[in-house]
Design a protein around this ligand. Structure first.
Ligand code: ZN
Length: 220
């Protein structure tokens, strides 16, 4: 089932590794394939070497519907995000470097670029630390994702969410790029965030756009 989607997920995994956005066995991707099924990457294997048939199909209770491998250890995180935020249909979790630095500093990424407020919803929060794969990490991430498209996991990595897989990929690249700019700006000792009124105005545009998309999906 969902052959084209599985092929695209495999391509994205190769792309992430080639761009240094993720590496080795880390990270995971899932997509809502239908109202009943989620396609998710398997646990443990080297992600850029996966074949479409290595991916696992699960239902919304996390039960395996198709596949030979164990689903990602972060399945509880993916399920919790889909349950909490109906407008997200794809999730990429990656261990990228600059968001990784912020995850270790346990500092949010402030609104420093306009594309952050327009496309991500504003600053990117850090979810409170919990060990990987736990329900607690899932809960902390859902909380820190409110009205945003991404969240940094303390001492871990980043989660990027989108209305589809291409959107989630754009979100991941934007967060990592902004994190890189922020980390280097911090080294100069001179960081100025966007004016607060601009941030508030653009956040409203972001939220209206997300809401509008959801309404369009419902009416389709
Ligand atoms: Zn991870």
């Amino acid at each position: 089932m969902y052959e084209d989607l599985k092929k695209r997920i495999v391509e994205v995994l190769v792309y992430l590794e080639s761009k240094g956005l993720n590496y080795g066995r880390s990270g995971n991707i899932s997509v809502r394939a239908s109202g009943e099924h989620i396609v998710i990457t398997p646990s443990g294997l080297v992600k850029s070497k996966l074949k479409p048939e290595d991916l696992v199909i699960v239902d919304y209770n996390g039960e395996i519907v198709e596949g030979f491998n164990k689903p990602s250890s972060e399945l509880p995180l993916h399920l919790a995000i889909y349950r909490a935020y109906e407008y997200f249909n794809a999730i990429i979790h990656a261990h990228s470097i600059y968001t990784g630095i912020l995850s270790v500093m346990r500092e949010p990424l402030p609104p420093i670029l306009e594309e952050m407020t327009i496309y991500l919803g504003g600053d990117i929060r850090v979810a409170d630390y919990a060990p990987f794969g736990t329900r607690e990490l899932a809960e902390n991430s859902v909380e820190a994702l409110r009205n945003r498209k991404a969240v940094i996991l303390a001492n871990h990595g980043v989660v990027a969410c989108g209305i589809d897989l291409e959107d989630a990929l754009e979100v991941l690249e934007l967060v990592e790029r902004a994190a890189q700019i922020y980390v280097f700006s911090r080294l100069t000792g001179r960081v100025t965030t966007l004016p607060i009124d601009v941030v508030e105005h653009q956040k409203k545009i972001f939220l209206e756009r997300i809401k509008l998309r959801k309404e369009q999906e419902v009416s389709e």
